[in-house]
Write a protein that binds this ligand. Structure first.
Ligand code: DGT
Ligand code: CA
Ligand code: CA
Length: 571
């Protein structure tokens, strides 16, 4: 089954090729937007089509694009792409990735110097031929040369994006002949925000049979290495996957080794050396005698340590503190969610649908925090519309049992630190979630002042997605996080760990700092549709990496304990 990511890659290729032909910009943008939409979708479109659902209801997907998606799902390609590929050499697309080379220039390089690939470009730049192109000087040539010789940037993908791949590979490996145990290790198991590649550990008597089964997975594009106990493959979407097969006696040792992190491994190896022991992926040894290896527990025990959960294995103090590690927060500790949207602003579902989803997710309260008026792109709420929503929530609450909808807003923090609605309006709400949505690039000192001013407002409850970073796309705002944390502690307000997989904002390190300062963290889904409540699990992963226990998280409180905490900030 073709995945959304793969369809998106083909649409991006179409956009690139249209770009090279200097086609209508609107047409090009339609393909780029569709690719972005596909990458962000919760559901696989191949699944939707298989169930007979219409695609042209997806935002921005008209009948034409829907037809192309269907072609790709059914046949692996579409006529337009084939035609474009026939008209232009594929290597030209690579040229567009070189900084400073637009479609016009790339086409020129092709037409005038017959350059049709990155390798060709590099050779021509080396030979000093690029300056033959009108308007391309020696300086530009040097820039291009440097860019083509720079090592390719490390490509990491969001952990959330890797999840379906991990699930599919786990299921596949479990069906391998003679396989006993199968587990994912590496950064994925440590719940890092992004993963560089995936690592699996399996146990079996006959490793080669498991390896053979593994590389036969339908998504495998290339086998990079294959042996009797290990393999590395590249999937069709470019992601690399490593597999290691050991015998059962070594399962725990292999899991410790391949879960890492490398820094954690080095630190525990140091402990082993001090105790005159040897540790590797097969076990803990004294001389040639294996002391431990079957379980992770046994491995840590042999080193004089209690079990350390994967999320903490970063050599950030977890070994020294191994006996006093916090009991980390779990998904089932969450009693509610304090950040969500409905159709009233930019959400896709009604208030009732969001509440039903929160109930189904095992929550007991949900704060509805639609955007405020300033965010016109998100159809932000003004005083009047907010009043109407409050009345709607009152009505709904009267009907609900064992569940409470909290009245909130995601109020915009303006450039000068004022909030986008007057105190009188904010004071009517149960809580005020505040966030920056513009002027991300203020100088750090100015940004800090802006946030501090906002936090001084009487009805400020939670600072949402504090840095506003988008992983891999936008750096976070620069400001003095320590001062913000101190101010939150002094003011009795809270910081959010936004659980959207591309935000995960606070970072793990920020969470540790908030915890040290006694500032409670709110894990908010920022859900825009029911399925987004699944993001909470990713927020939990990040919180665990940040050493947070249930006590350190605001929304682990039952409503009766939550409400006084929200009040305190408003008093
Ligand atoms: P990634 O893939 O960049 O997101 O991060 P990891 O942590 O998954 O790293 P990866 O895939 O290179 O290796 C998986 C684990 O194997 C790593 O966490 C620790 C272990 N490992 C890899 N190379 C070394 C090494 O040179 N020394 C030690 N002690 N362990 C290593
Ligand atoms: Ca890895
Ligand atoms: Ca690896």
């Amino acid at each position: 089954m073709i995945r959304n990511n793969q369809i998106a890659d083909l649409f991006d290729e179409i956009a690139d090729l249209l770009d090279l032909q200097q086609e209508n910009p609107f047409r090009i943008r339609a393909y780029r937007n569709a690719a972005r939409l596909l990458r962000g979708l919760q559901r696989e479109v191949a699944d939707m089509l298989a169930k007979g659902e219409a695609l042209d209801e997806l935002p921005g997907i008209g009948a034409d694009l829907a037809g192309k998606i269907r072609d790709v799902v059914e046949t692996g390609g579409t006529e337009l792409l084939y035609r474009l590929r026939r008209e232009l050499p594929h290597g030209l697309v690579e040229l567009l990735r070189v900084p400073g080379l637009g479609p016009k220039r790339a086409k020129q390089l092709h037409d005038e110097l017959h350059i049709a690939s990155l390798a060709g470009l590099r050779a021509a730049a080396h030979a000093g031929k690029l300056t033959k192109i009108r308007g391309l000087g020696p300086k530009m040539q040097a820039t291009i040369l440097a860019a083509t010789e720079a090592p390719p940037q490390e490509k990491r993908i969001l952990r959330w994006r890797a999840k379906p791949v991990v699930d599919s590979l786990l299921a596949h490996l479990k069906a391998a002949p003679g396989v006993q145990q199968v587990a994912v290790a590496g950064s994925y198991r440590r719940a890092r925000e992004t993963v560089g590649d995936l690592d699996f550990v399996a146990t079996a008597k006959d490793g080669a049979a498991v390896v053979a089964h593994f590389i036969a997975h339908e998504d495998v594009a290339k086998v990079l290495a294959q042996g009797a106990t290990k393999a590395s493959v590249q999937l069709r979407d470019g992601l690399q996957v490593d597999l290691r097969v050991v015998d059962e006696e070594s399962y725990g040792a292999a899991m410790v080794y391949f879960t890492g992190s490398k820094a954690h491994n080095i630190a525990i190896r140091r402990l082993a050396l001090q105790a005159k022991l040897k540790i590797n992926e097969y076990g803990v040894f004294k001389g040639s005698k294996r002391l431990a290896g079957k379980t992770e527990d046994s491995v840590y025990k042999a080193l004089g340590l209690p079990f350390i959960v994967p999320e903490l294995r970063e050599d950030r103090g977890e070994i020294a503190a191994a006996r006093r590690l916090p009991d980390l927060v779990e998904r089932r500790d969450l009693k509610g969610d304090l950040h969500s949207h409905t159709k009233a602003s930019d959400g896709q579902s009604s208030l009732e649908e969001m509440v039903a989803a929160a109930q189904a997710a095992g929550l007991r309260y949900l704060a509805v925090t639609d955007h405020s008026q300033r965010l016109t792109v998100a159809h932000g709420l003004d005083r009047k519309r907010l009043e109407r929503q409050r009345a709607q929530i009152d009505k709904l609450n009267a009907r609900l049992k064992d569940f409470r909808v909290l009245k909130g807003i995601e109020v915009d923090i303006l450039e000068d630190g004022k909030l986008d609605l007057p105190d009188a309006v904010l004071g009517e709400l149960d809580l005020v979630v505040a966030a920056i949505h513009s002027h991300f690039n203020l100088a750090p000192e100015k940004q800090t002042t802006r946030l501090l001013r906002a936090m001084e407002r009487p009805y400020f409850t939670i600072l949402a997605h504090p840095t506003s970073r988008l992983i891999g796309e936008r750096e976070g705002c620069r400001f003095d996080m320590d001062r913000i944390i101190k101010a939150a502690a002094a003011r009795g307000c809270f910081l959010e760990l936004n659980a959207q997989p591309e935000r995960l904002d606070l970072t793990d390190i920020h969470c540790q700092a908030a915890r040290a300062a006694g500032v409670l963290v709110s894990i908010g889904s920022d859900a825009h549709r029911p399925a987004d409540l699944d993001f909470l699990a990713y927020g939990i992963g990040q919180a665990r990496r940040g050493w947070l226990s249930a006590e350190d998280v605001l929304n682990t409180r039952p409503l009766s304990r939550l409400l006084p905490l929200l009040k305190r900030t408003m008093g």
